[in-house]
Design a protein around this ligand. Structure first.
Ligand SMILES: *Cc1c(COP(=O)(O)O)cnc(C)c1O
Length: 420
């Protein structure tokens, strides 16, 4: 559930009128509900209270420093995937023993700064990377913890771009190779290979793929144990799906009930990495209708937010509900909601039945809290949107709208070209 609701046909975020935010801060505008995101975090935490996992929020879903701060204050750790995210974690004062670091392509510089920072562990995705971390740790005269990311070869039943646990995906290490590595783990003198990691994909709405993957890994852990190879951590990743349209995803409780028995049996300390589950429904993108355009075949609602602000429809053909900030009764019509960008892929909705809107109206693109702003860009030299966080009656700007100066900040203009 979330705290974006109509009162007297006006959309509110908690106790704040969203229309007022749009007028005060301009559009396109991301608006987040503090209580929704905290509530989602706490739902997961309480569903799993029996095994008390470390919940490492996946920074890439929404990396705003205030959002990281809010979750860290609740006791969350962070799941990072780059040196930039390590920097953000540090800025937000996340205790390093609550940071885990995954990515198939960590650079030497990223690895050494994470070791220096003393993060909980790396999720290692290849033998080559394992050797490299060992080499770098040796140079720093450190022993660093790592978990091996297992590719369990399961079908996550989600969009192919966000499925990560099939053996044809670039992520993780197959079980046989992982076994060989673990047999020889004493050879990596500067590594403490103390855990396993899985993350099979994102927006997974049923527990079956999770259960299948965890069963495989739990069996593997048992086999290791039988051979005298003990571990400390099992990181089960993220991927919990949310409601965008008519999905009926498992609740935190159902998910917990299905997997807690399997997790308990491993006897390991459990880590989770939810992103979308926490932020997805806690944010919206507010846009303004610029023009209504009729063509012989279609009606287009042209709005001031586009694929540079929210790329999910263009990238995954993702569905986002779109609702007016001021609700009116009226006939429905079929429209395409599109942005101003010079690409036909720049749409927010296609062939969508919506109540009639007019120029100047504001619309809310729902469930845009995760993989919304964090995937936004300056394409078409558009300024990235502002972000506002609402808590009860208060609205705080947590990211200012970019300025034209921000666009060219790092550019070097060569002036002395001569005409030839
Ligand atoms: C992206 C990612 C997550 C979070 O995925 P969600 O679907 O947002 O929960 C967790 N772990 C890893 C390794 C990731 O890459």
């Amino acid at each position: 559930m979330h705290e974006f609701k109509y009162r007297n046909n006006q959309l509110y975020c908690e106790n704040v009128l969203v229309g007022k935010l749009a007028k005060t801060f301009g559009t396109p505008l991301y608006v987040y509900s503090y209580h929704t995101l905290i509530d989602h975090y706490l739902k997961l935490k309480s569903a799993f209270s029996e095994i008390n996992p470390l919940i490492c929020y996946s920074v890439k879903a929404n990396s705003n420093l205030s959002i990281l701060k809010a979750l860290i204050a609740q006791g969350a750790g962070l799941d990072i995937v780059s040196g930039g995210e390590l920097f953000r974690a540090q800025k937000a004062a996340c205790p390093p023993q609550r940071i885990v670091y995954a990515s198939v392509g960590k650079t030497d510089k990223e690895i050494s700064s994470a070791i220096a920072r003393g993060i909980l562990f790396f999720n290692v995705e290849s033998l080559a990377e394992l050797k490299n971390i060992n080499r770098i740790a040796k140079g720093l005269n450190k022993i660093t913890r790592v978990a091996i990311r297992i590719n369990p070869d399961v079908e996550a039943k989600t969009h192919k771009y966000i499925s990560t646990g099939k053996i044809t995906n670039k992520f993780g290490i197959d079980l046989a190779s992982a076994y060989k590595i673990l047999l020889l783990r004493v050879k990596f003198k500067h590594l403490n290979i103390c855990g396993l990691h899985i993350h099979i994909g994102s927006q997974i709405t049923q527990s079956a793929p999770f259960v299948e993957a965890i069963k495989k890994v739990a069996d593997f852990i048992q086999r290791l144990k039988n051979n005298g190879l003990a571990l400390e951590y099992l990181n089960i990743g993220g991927g919990l799906g949310i409601i965008y349209d008519r999905e009926d995803p498992q609740t935190a409780e159902i998910y917990a009930n299905e997997i807690i028995p399997l997790l308990k049996k491993t006897g390991l300390k459990i880590i989770m990495e939810p992103g979308r589950f926490i932020l997805g429904n806690a944010g919206i993108l507010v846009v303004k209708v610029l023009y209504i355009k009729h063509t012989p075949k279609k009606k287009f609602i042209i709005v001031d937010g586009g694929m540079n602000d929210l790329i999910r429809p263009a990238l995954y053909n993702a569905y986002h509900q779109i609702v007016p900030l001021s609700r009116r009764v009226g006939e429905l019509e079929k429209v395409d909601v599109v942005g101003p960008i010079c690409e036909s892929g720049d749409f927010l909705a296609k062939e969508r039945l919506m109540a009639k809107v007019k120029e100047g109206d504001y619309l809310a693109v729902m469930s845009a809290g995760a993989y919304g702003f964090s995937m936004s860009s300056n394409y078409n030299s558009r300024l990235r949107a502002a972000e506002v966080m609402v808590a009860k009656n208060k609205a705080l700007v947590i990211r200012k709208r970019e300025s034209a100066q921000d666009l060219v900040r790092n550019e070097v203009m060569v002036n002395n070209f001569t005409k030839r």
